[in-house]
Design a protein. Structure first.
Length: 144
C-alpha cells in the first residue's frame, strides 16, 4: 500500500476502530506502527480496531502493566501491542527484548508511546498521530 500523509477526523470510538481495522487489512506482515498521542487520545482504541482487522477475536486491552501483549494471527505470525509508557529509554526497552518485536518479518507491531525509543524504531515505521480535538473527536494523521 502506498500511504502518503493523510488526515481525517474521527467522530467516535467506533470510527477510530473502523479506520484502524481497514488500515490493518491493507498492510503486509512486518509492518511497525508508531502511535503518537497524549494520554487518552485513543491509541488503545486504535490498537483494538487494528487487531480486529488482522482477524484477532480475543479482547484487546491496554498492555500498560505488561509492556507487550502478544496475539497469534489466524494466518500465522503475530501481532505485538506494545505500551512503552513506563519505559524510560531505548536501553531499558532493549533490556526486555523490544528488538525482537520490532524486527519480526511475519509480525505486525503497534507501539504506544514510541517517543520513548525514537532512536531505535525501525526506518520503515508507519507513523500515526492521534490528536484530541474534543470529547468525541480525534484527528488521525497517517505519515507513511
Ligand atoms: N473519536 C474517538 N476515537 C477514539 N477514542 C475516543 C474517541 N472519542 C472518544 N474516545 C474515548 O477516548 C478514550 C481513549 O482511550 P484509550 O485508552 O484508547 O487512549 P490511549 O491513547 O491508549 O491512552 P493511554 O496513553 O493512557 O494508553 C476512550 O475512553 C474512548 O472512548
Ligand atoms: Mg493506551
Amino acid at each position: 500500500m502506498n500511504i502518503e500523509k493523510k488526515t481525517l477526523i474521527s467522530r467516535s470510538e467506533v470510527e477510530t476502530e473502523a479506520f484502524a481495522e481497514n488500515l490493518a487489512k491493507q498492510l503486509p506482515g512486518g509492518t511497525v506502527i508508531a502511535l503518537d498521542g497524549d494520554l487518552g487520545a485513543g491509541k488503545t482504541v486504535f490498537a483494538r480496531g487494528f487487531a480486529r482487522g488482522l482477524g484477532i477475536t480475543e479482547p484487546v486491552s491496554s498492555p500498560t502493566y505488561t509492556i507487550v501483549q502478544e496475539y497469534k494471527l489466524p494466518s500465522g505470525g503475530m501481532f505485538y501491542h506494545l505500551d512503552l509508557y513506563r519505559i524510560s529509554n531505548a536501553v531499558s526497552a532493549l533490556a526486555f527484548g523490544v528488538d525482537e518485536f520490532l524486527n519480526d518479518p511475519d509480525a505486525y507491531a503497534l507501539v504506544e508511546w514510541p517517543e520513548r525509543i525514537d532512536n531505535i524504531m525501525p526506518p520503515h515505521t508507519l507513523r500515526i498521530k492521534i490528536k484530541h480535538l474534543s470529547d468525541t473527536e480525534r484527528e488521525l494523521t497517517v505519515i507513511g
